[in-house]
Design a protein around this ligand. Structure first.
Ligand SMILES: Nc1ncnc2c1ncn2[C@@H]1O[C@H](COP(=O)(O)OP(=O)(O)OP(=O)(O)O)[C@@H](O)[C@H]1O
Ligand SMILES: [Mg+2]
Length: 270
């Protein structure tokens, strides 16, 4: 497998002319064009970053792919199927982990397959392996209120992956963590990717995070369209020291410049 770019050429997420208009919520408000003809794809085993100014429609796009809402126009295909509703084939990792407070770490992780009545002999060994790969071995019996923010994010990640999703949708997953924990979680995500090669669409507002983690980055414009695609050429596995390299600094500069250009562009320009 060519890990420098992406696993293979199978398209996992296909976005075809996706638009979303939110209808006015009161007599005084106007409709909001949150997404405007978004085209793009995420290939199998690829980590794609979604960056753009606040309010450009990143979360809206993720919600549509997750099936939480319906687009006004266009098609969203995940693993060959048109998205109609939420499903375990598309797992979402939120910024603020939505764990069940009354369930232990273990029960949170195995929640999906247990609810669906799957065979524990199949999912329990995998759950134990995942628990270990996210560094939570020994914490199985803790409850979410025993855990730090970073640990909760680890539980969320293990729980999502146990469902063997076609794609993992992450919305600023490390945005609420302090910089040290954030950096650890980024490395953890790369390790987990190295083990399971999940296909990931990652929303972030952090250029460095996107460059460190992603194979490819989509830069969105203020009016909800993809304005630019950046290939990130660094080979995997990636180590922390990559961030200190000249090549990384140059790409970060290019990306920040593209983002600034989008932020400065008048909203009606798209
Ligand atoms: N349910 C909704 N009803 C009406 N308008 C909405 C709704 N959800 C989002 N919007 C609007 O759609 C636009 C895009 O919002 P979205 O949350 O997708 O942006 P974002 O790129 O995720 O921003 P941020 O970086 O701040 O998280 C915004 O103008 C927002 O106000
Ligand atoms: Mg958002």
């Amino acid at each position: 497998m060519n890990e420098n770019h992406r696993g293979n050429d199978r398209v996992k997420i296909s976005l075809q002319g996706v638009s979303k208009v939110f209808l006015p919520t009161s007599k005084r408000s106007k409709p909001v064009l949150a997404l405007n003809g978004v085209n793009g794809e995420v290939y199998e085993q690829e980590i794609v970053g979604l960056l753009g100014p606040s309010g450009c429609g990143k979360t809206t796009l993720l919600n549509l792919i997750a099936g939480f809402d319906r687009q006004t126009e266009g098609e969203i295909i995940v693993a060959g199927r048109r998205v109609q509703r939420p499903g375990p084939d598309r797992m979402v990792v939120f910024q603020f982990p939505a764990l069940f407070a009354w369930l232990t770490v273990w029960a949170n992780i195995v929640f999906g397959p247990r609810e669906r009545g799957e065979d524990p002999r199949e999912y329990e060994p995998r759950a134990r392996e995942l628990l270990e790969s996210v560094g939570l071995k020994g914490r199985e019996h803790d409850y979410p209120y025993h855990l730090s923010g970073g640990m909760k994010q680890r539980v969320q990640l293990a729980r999502a992956l146990l469902n063997r999703p076609e794609v993992l949708l992450m919305d600023e997953p490390f945005g609420a963590l302090d910089s040290q924990t954030r950096s650890q979680m980024q490395e953890l995500l790369l390790n987990v990717w190295g083990l399971y090669h999940p296909t990931i669409l990652l929303v972030t507002h952090d250029a460095e995070e996107a460059l460190f983690l992603c194979h490819r980055i989509y830069v969105m414009g203020r009016r909800g369209g993809i304005r630019e695609t950046m290939e990130v050429p660094f080979p995997f596995p990636r180590e922390f020291d990559l961030i200190g390299s000249t090549e990384f600094a140059q790409l970060k500069y290019n990306l920040l410049r593209a983002l600034r250009a989008e932020e400065a562009r008048p909203a009606h320009d798209d």
